[in-house]
Design a protein. Structure first.
Length: 136
């Protein structure tokens, strides 16, 4: 098994709906460790950089507007095969397509309001965690 780190961001809807503990406990219950945690509000500049991979897509502005609409919690999570396992636990991006038992399947309400972001590759993890944890 390969131990690695990944990033999750509990989005503004997860904060507003008081799901912070439920979301983080799922990862801890699975055996992952939270090794860093930050509560903050994305600036437009940070959000644009964070979602830069989607810059040319029609939903880019909606993503930036939503992630900057309120506080978020970013967590660095460590454990075996963390990137793949955490993505599976988060569920499909479209909450209405996410399987029961996943975070989005159990709690998500839509496409943008889908509670959680999870890095999808080692490269994304490095870029995204840099945006959040290496800047003030």
């Amino acid at each position: 098994m390969k131990s690695e780190c990944t990033l999750i961001v509990i989005k503004p809807d997860g904060i507003q709906r008081h799901l912070i503990g439920k979301i983080i406990s799922r990862f801890e219950d699975k055996g992952f460790r939270v090794i860093n945690l930050r509560f903050f509000i994305f600036s437009r500049e940070q959000a644009s950089e964070f979602y830069s991979v989607h810059k040319a897509k029609p939903f880019f502005e909606e993503l930036v507007s939503f992630i900057t609409s309120g506080p978020v919690i970013a967590c660095l999570i460590e454990g075996n095969n963390a990137i793949t396992a955490v993505r599976l636990m988060a569920g499909a991006t479209k909450s209405f397509e996410a399987a029961p038992g996943t975070i989005r399947g159990d709690f998500g309400l839509g496409l943008t309001e889908n509670l959680i972001h999870a890095s999808d590759s080692p490269e994304s993890f490095i870029k995204e965690s840099g945006v959040i944890f290496n800047r003030t």
